[in-house]
Design a protein around this ligand. Structure first.
Ligand code: WQD
Length: 337
């Protein structure tokens, strides 16, 4: 049975990917420093699949600990989620973001080189495209300088991986997520933001739960069909499935190049108000929201052309926005219990 290391495996997308990997028959080992999640996600994952992943509490910034891990674990594939991801926080604390996201990655790559691990999947983001000139966004779309240090760590991470792949003959796939949403249908795992949520959906669900007073809709004066910004909201369970397909591609040597990039989105854009109304309809409730000024740094529109990933990985997102809104709400309600 192939053994997959998932760094950040107790986090939002990481935990859903661990579940999907276990269902696909992989042995999973998790490294997480618990900086942005809770150790009880280990029990939560186990309660879904009845298979408890091995877990190591390691900070990837500690090269010695990372090497110790690789000395005693033969790894067939790595999925690297471990990173800080709050756009706003990265603007206030750029050095923390560069140290955590890039030094952590470099230590992992060093260990791959020294301990003969050949395959890595990198958690990247559509933020590397900035405000693209044309929609939908495909993998040939020119990259633009991201607005935030968070986004820059994704772009720099891809560049580091390009040189790593060439210098040491390693197999790399960068998955560029659009906007991850939703939760596991069991409502046992989901997004657990610490503090005030940066992203739209956790803010929506916390407003519906009465934790937040009202949702601010950041700007309705964009050049879009209803004036609010457009994004491509991709369900986390579909994202997890794409990671299983990507790491399998490398383990089975089906990659067509040492370095590949795939956009992970539904291919459909939704405005903020369309998402708000989808949430209300899916859950039969009214959301308290107010239109406010635009948020600095926001782009107008981004949605994916996902034809390449469908062709190469045979991956197609199955989950409709309404279902993601339902599972997000079920997860939020489960937290109150
Ligand atoms: C989506 C839309 C906001 C909150 C970022 C990263 C990306 C990815 C997802 C990390 C925008 C609007 C939001 C709110 C609102 N990575 N909004 N009120 O900025 O598209 O992408 O997060 O997980 O790499 O760049 O996501 O969810 O913050 O915003 O009106 O309270 O919702 O203005 O139009 P974003 P988001």
């Amino acid at each position: 049975m192939s053994k997959i290391l998932v760094t950040g495996g107790l986090g939002y997308i990481g935990s859903h990917t661990v579940v999907a990997l276990q269902y696909a028959g992989y042995e999973v080992v998790i490294i997480d420093d618990l900086s942005n999640t809770d150790i009880d996600f280990l029990d939560r994952i186990t309660s879904i699949t009845n298979v408890r992943p091995a877990f190591f509490e390691i900070d990837l910034k500690n090269q010695e600990k990372v090497n110790e891990f690789f000395k005693t674990n033969k790894i067939d594939g790595i999925i690297n989620f471990a990173a800080h991801k709050a756009v706003g926080e990265s603007v206030e604390k750029p050095l923390m973001y560069y140290r955590n996201n890039l030094l952590g990655l470099i230590n992992l790559l060093d260990a791959m080189k020294d301990f003969d691990a050949d395959n890595i999947i990198f958690s990247s983001s559509c933020t590397v495209y900035g405000q693209a000139d044309k929609m939908p966004i495909d993998e040939q779309t020119p990259l633009k300088k991201p607005e935030s240090p968070y986004g820059k760590t994704k772009q720099m991470g891809e560049e580091i991986l390009e040189d790593f792949s060439t210098a040491f003959d390693k197999n790399v796939i960068c998955l560029r997520y659009f906007n991850p949403v939703g939760a596991h249908p069991t409502a046992k795992i989901g997004e657990l933001p610490k503090g005030i949520p940066n992203n739209l959906i956790p803010y929506v669900t916390q407003t519906a739960a009465g934790i937040r007073e009202e949702l601010s809709v950041w700007g309705d004066d964009y050049p879009t069909r209803d004036g609010t910004a457009i994004r491509d909201y991709i369900d986390v369970n579909d994202l997890a499935d794409a990671h299983v397909k990507a790491v399998t591609r490398l383990i089975e040597n089906k990659n067509k190049a040492k370095l590949e990039f795939f956009n992970l989105g539904t291919g459909t854009g939704s405005t903020v108000l369309e998402v708000v109304h989808a949430f209300e309809e899916a859950n039969d409730l009214k959301l308290n929201y107010q239109i406010k000024e635009r948020r600095a740094g926001d782009i107008i529109e981004a949605y994916a052309d996902n034809s390449l990933v469908e062709k190469e990985l045979g991956w197609k997102p199955e989950t409709k926005l309404a279902e993601s809104m339902r599972t997000a709400w079920e997860w939020q309600k489960s937290l109150k219990k």
